[in-house]
Write a protein that binds this ligand. Structure first.
Ligand code: AMP
Length: 506
């Protein structure tokens, strides 16, 4: 059998009438429909000149046809390249010139600007709007549903996803058919997905979480997805009555907790709540358990590696930990300088190896070489530790490490202490250029408005709990931490905001 992900997903499909996707607007798409629609769209892509190995780039709002486009591109042997809907034309210029797609699909409102960029690399342009209308679906409707899925090898590329690139240029992570299929099948097993599952799909589909984890896992299991164009807590709570799984970023969980309708009764029909893409506060985990009786299952992955670790389905789901390495995935913690493996509990660089790990960065052979060890481990850039029970803990991105007076300060360590204080909702610790220390440990805190917490109180409470060199030099209060759409705190934005904190002449 061909290793094409599409073949692996659907060649064994025997129940075309089974429900695959439903939408909030009431559309119901069976597995048979999904396969037929992807066939029409694959035929259309071929008619637009897309060949095996060509990139098909898409900046499209979430809709069922946008998901069909992904399946169709993979089915045609092309490489699917989803782009964050927030990217501006200026940013798209880089992605389009770097990836040189054969076809770019975009919102009609963007077509003019994107056509100018696409022409430079000889790419054609089709449109797809938020409701699934546009030249792409019009063209596909005119095509036949039968399409012979293009044979692909396991190492051939199925997708390129650009990393968010908060430092330097975004890099295109090349993901193979084997990478995607193996990880999804592992997760189906690990999270006990079955055909009876109904997933609330409220994540964007330009990112690994919503596109691969949520969609591929459900489709491999022959479950159904309720496809929502965005996350709305009230709607999600309503749907829990007939769904079984929610996959979310931590902000989903904090926002659901703010809703008084979230109760044990409201979540009675659900069997699993998964969180990932950013750290879930231990407090959120505990509060969720107390309110609903469900322990959120936190997992850890990244664009380049798919999913690496997960808290267990049956065993202990530890608040603040990202769980155990998934079957077939090796995880180790090393000294960032020497690459020597460290003992349990020691903090260092998290490295991973397994069938889930990507093929390298698109057209960046040197960058790729620099991020892999000779024995095949990928250097994730995340700092963390493995505890005595084998659970992995993430202490932040390596680039967020604060070096103050020559000492390493792991932001998470300081954040955990601050978060545990009464009146604190959450915090982010960053390094800010400091004339004496190189970097000054700086805490940005979201406090409960009624607590009346002051900078002096926070510092006082930390005194004696943290070594002197870890103590924040300043504590600043904000209403909200800046986050991207995946719920990640944008520490680069905070660093820019407070760049002159210690150097300003006052
Ligand atoms: P992305 O490539 O956008 O999926 O981002 C991957 C990064 O998100 C990882 O390298 C981690 O820094 C972070 N991340 C993902 N899942 C978790 C988690 N459960 N806890 C903490 N950080 C996470």
């Amino acid at each position: 059998m061909s290793a094409n992900l599409f073949s692996r997903l659907f060649d064994t499909m025997t129940e075309p009438d089974r429900l695959a996707i439903e939408t909030a607007e009431g559309a119901r798409i069976s597995y048979g429909d999904l396969i037929a629609q992807s066939g029409r769209m694959a035929n259309y892509l071929v008619s637009r000149g897309v060949k095996a190995g060509d990139r098909v780039a898409a900046q499209a709002e979430k809709s069922v046809p946008a998901l069909v486009l992904y399946l169709a591109a993979v089915r045609a042997g092309a490489v699917y390249l989803p782009l964050n809907t927030a990217y501006t034309l200026n940013e798209l210029d880089y992605f389009i010139s770097d990836a040189e797609p054969a076809l770019v699909v975009c919102d009609p409102a963007r077509a003019e600007g994107i056509t100018a960029l696409a022409e430079r690399v000889g790419a054609r342009v089709d449109t797809l709007d938020a409701h699934g209308g546009g030249s792409l679906t019009e063209g596909a409707e005119r095509c036949a549903a039968e399409f012979a899925t293009v044979a692909r090898g396991g190492d051939d590329l199925a997708a390129i996803l650009y990393t968010s690139g908060t430092t330097g240029r975004s890099k295109g992570a090349m993901l193979s058919h084997d990478n995607l299929a193996s990880n999804s099948l592992t997760l189906v097993d690990f999270w006990r997905f079955t055909r009876d599952d109904v997933l609330i799909h409220a994540l964007p589909i330009y990112h690994t979480h919503g596109l691969f984890v949520a969609s591929n896992v459900t489709l491999f299991a022959r479950g159904a997805m309720i496809f929502l164009s965005r996350f709305d807590p009230n709607q999600v709570i309503d749907l829990m009555a007939r769904a079984t799984v929610l996959m979310g970023v931590p902000t989903f969980y904090t926002r659901l907790l703010q809703n008084p309708r979230l109760t044990r009764e409201a979540t009675r029909h659900m069997r699993l709540f998964v969180s990932g893409s950013a750290p879930l506060l231990a407090d959120t985990h505990r509060e969720w358990s107390a309110r609903t009786g469900h322990a959120v299952l936190e997992r850890y992955g990244m664009t380049e590696t798919n999913m690496n670790t997960s808290n267990p389905y049956d065993g202990e789901r530890v608040p603040g930990a990202v769980g155990l390495p998934l079957p077939g995935v090796a995880v180790r913690v090393t000294d960032p300088e020497t690459g020597t493996e460290l003992a349990p509990e020691a903090i260092g660089m998290i490295e991973v190896r397994g069938p889930n790990v990507f093929k390298g960065y698109w057209r960046m052979p040197e960058k790729t070489r620099a991020e892999f060890r000779p024995d095949g481990f990928f250097i994730t850039g995340d700092l963390g530790k493995i505890d005595a029970k084998g659970y992995v803990h993430i202490l932040g991105r390596g680039k967020d490490l604060v070096i103050s007076g020559g000492f390493n300060v792991y932001p998470k360590e300081v954040e955990s202490e601050i978060d545990a204080m009464p009146g604190v909702i959450e915090s982010a610790v960053i390094g800010v250029t400091h004339p004496d220390f190189g970097e000054g440990v700086t805490a940005v805190v979201v406090a409960d408005g009624n607590a009346g917490l002051t900078e002096g109180q926070v510092i006082h409470a930390l005194d004696g709990r943290l070594a002197k060199f870890k103590m924040p030099k300043r504590v600043l209060f904000v209403n909200d931490l800046p986050r991207n759409t995946m719920g990640k705190v944008q520490k680069n934005v905070l660093r820019d905001t407070y760049a002159a904190l210690y150097t300003k002449a006052d």
